[in-house]
Design a protein around this ligand. Structure first.
Ligand SMILES: NC(=O)c1ccc[n+]([C@@H]2O[C@H](COP(=O)([O-])OP(=O)(O)OC[C@H]3O[C@@H](n4cnc5c(N)ncnc54)[C@H](O)[C@@H]3O)[C@@H](O)[C@H]2O)c1
Length: 350
């Protein structure tokens, strides 16, 4: 007898859903996309066609009435929490785009509900599934780094400001580059550091260019009135083991690189840069360095991320990106905003 396929519904069928999530789900033979919910009818119809002509819904609560194994949330950031809570409350497993939520209170609420209902909750941090990240993780797990004592995280763009309201309106986005791209490099860095516990954060978040007209934007014009998030943020983080981390994130700045996404970790035995996967160490008293080769080739990190989620649901494995890790990432970003608003260092109790 043919076994039932894994049934998934998408909440939010816009850019990232159409570009990588729908192809990633369609790539899996034992999976069926059964419906797409989007508040924009035109987007829902377009995404549904790309998914193979599936049902569309304007309200995700109607999508949840289908007999689903999982939902994949690809909405603006501020919709992640209500959509995830509704799904988890209805007994449905959740994979959700980054940032999982824009506050630790929301991450905790989602995580506790998932745990209570014995459901999987995974943050879609696809950078963990890139070849260079897999190589870096294997090198760290092999004991080559030793204890990390400092790290640098950069997510700095020269002029790639995403103009759609879901990114620039604080009511929908909950944060600017810190939440949008800082979250990628920070998650990767903390993962390679084995998630030490952040205890103190001092930071600044401000809008330097986005309210003005001096910067050309590679993604075109944006609504200055509606622009209510930062375009630059920086922070210093102290961990309970004495390690420190410096973070910088921007959608616009004067630098020659289009984008620099970097996690650089300094350990007592060796140092490592991602995504270049360059390492530096000392062997028999002499400097040694090189570029790590990935043990696997990953042509589609988003697809691998989706496959890992399905595997964890089907086979009862732990979430590949659990909320207990994500809460440390969001806790740091949230504290940068709080520190900036309050003008003082924030003590974290995660
Ligand atoms: N991992 C990555 O590399 C990556 C890249 C881009 C975006 N993202 C993340 O994906 C998410 C979506 O980004 P995007 O670029 O696809 O944005 P988008 O604006 O293109 O798509 C979002 C869609 O959500 C829909 N939506 C809004 N409110 C909704 C609701 N209540 N119910 C159902 N649908 C709703 C919108 O109509 C829109 O079609 C964001 O959280 C973003 O941070 C991740």
């Amino acid at each position: 007898m043919k076994s039932r396929k894994f049934r998934v519904g998408l909440i939010g069928g816009g850019g990232i859903a159409q570009a990588v999530h729908i192809p990633g789900w369609k790539n899996l033979p034992d999976v069926e996309i059964v419906g797409i919910a989007d508040v924009s009818e035109a987007t829902a119809v377009k995404a549904a066609a790309a998914a193979g002509g599936v049902k569309t819904f304007s309200d995700y609560r109607d999508l949840l009435k289908l007999d689903l194994d999982a939902v994949d949330i690809c909405t603006p950031n501020k919709v992640h929490t209500p959509a995830a809570l509704a799904a988890l409350g209805a007994g449905v497993n959740v994979i959700c785009e980054k940032p999982l939520a824009v506050s630790t209170a929301e991450v905790r609420e989602m995580g506790k509900l998932a745990d209570k209902n014995k459901l999987k909750l995974m943050t879609a941090q696809h950078q963990r599934f890139t070849s260079s990240a897999v190589a870096a993780k294997a090198w760290v797990d092999g004991g080559n780094m030793g204890e990390p004592y400092h790290a640098r995280v950069r997510a700095m763009r020269r002029a790639w400001l995403p103009p759609s309201p879901g990114f620039i309106d604080a009511k929908l986005a909950g944060g600017g580059p810190c939440m949008d791209i800082g979250v990628h490099a920070l998650d990767l860095c903390l993962w390679l550091m084995d998630f030490p516990k952040p205890v103190r954060v001092s930071g600044t978040a401000k809008t330097v260019f986005a309210k003005g007209h001096d910067m050309p934007n590679q993604w075109g014009e944006w609504d200055r009135e509606r622009y209510t998030v930062e375009d630059f943020a920086t922070g210093i983080v102290h961990f309970d083991n004495g390690a420190t981390l410096l973070l910088e994130a921007a959608w616009m700045c004067h630098q020659v690189e289009d984008e620099e996404l970097l996690a650089q970790i300094f350990g007592k035995k060796g140092g490592l840069k991602w995504p270049s996967a360059d390492f530096a160490t000392v062997t028999n008293g002499a400097f040694a360095q090189g570029t790590l080769k990935s043990p696997v080739s990953v042509p589609h990190p988003h697809w691998n991320e989706i496959a890992a989620f399905v595997d964890c649901v089907k086979n009862g494995k732990p979430s590949p990106v659990p909320w207990t890790e994500t809460i440390k990432v969001i806790g740091i970003l949230e504290a940068i905003y709080a520190s900036s608003a309050q003008g003082k260092e924030i003590t974290l109790k995660l």
